[in-house]
Design a protein around this ligand. Sequence first.
Ligand code: NAP
Length: 244
Amino acid sequence: MRRIALITGGSRGIGAACVRRFARSGYAVVFLANRSVDAAEALKAELRAEGLDVDYRVCDVSNGAQVRDVIGGILRTYRRIDALVNCAGVAHIGLFTDMTEEEWDALFAVNVRSVFSVTKAVLPGMISRQTGAVVNVSSMWGEVGASCEVAYSATKAAIIGLTKALAKEAGPSGVRINCVTPGVIDTDMNAQLTDEDREALADETPLGRIGDADEVAQTILFLCSEGASFITGQVLGVSGGLVI
Ligand code: NAP
């Protein structure tokens, strides 16, 4: 039977790499985009030209009402979701003491509340079918904390806590919940890094380089696969050993 994957943040970066990996592995993929509609359209065209079943919806994942509407529509069309990848996220760099309450709340709405509302819309179907896999995209900064990224680190730590607790709650219903903690990955999110920054980060990394979005996507695909059928509640680092 054709498996269906829903991927948030699918328009760019790690999410777009997941869209390619899942589609090329035989999933029908529906992904969410927000601002990058041109990129989403191009990705859909690229994969449809390969004969693959890929579509997207526009949705601001920080808006719970929009999430409920859009996922309700997806479920009416596709009937079920077998794999959910919560990848949408934004960074915030700056001193903790300069951050406003509004900025704090906005970051938590995109990075954490979205995982709550998207998963809440998808999980009942998985529970009723007694099968399904969810992978949340956290960050190594959620494990070790980053200076000048306190709020971002806190959002990513929250995702780890949510993953572990929900794995315990959903496990008896046959649904697996895991998360990945990428290190430094070459996407738009790191576009502000200078060549010197990139070199320094590569030097600090045991594998001697920064990562590619597809390396994270392959890990996420594995966590959704039969090969990971006895894995739940885990935090899998994809950081080239930067965090050990
Ligand atoms: P990216 O290239 O900047 O892509 C971010 C994605 O999130 C885009 O598809 C964007 O969609 C989507 N997004 C942002 N705000 C959204 C909103 N309000 N509603 C819906 N979608 C929204 O970043 P990336 O590096 O691929 O990051 C993907 C995930 O990996 C994030 O959760 C990030 O925290 C995590 N991560 C990244 C790294 C890294 O080094 N790159 C390391 C650790 C963890 P639109 O462009 O369509 O708005």
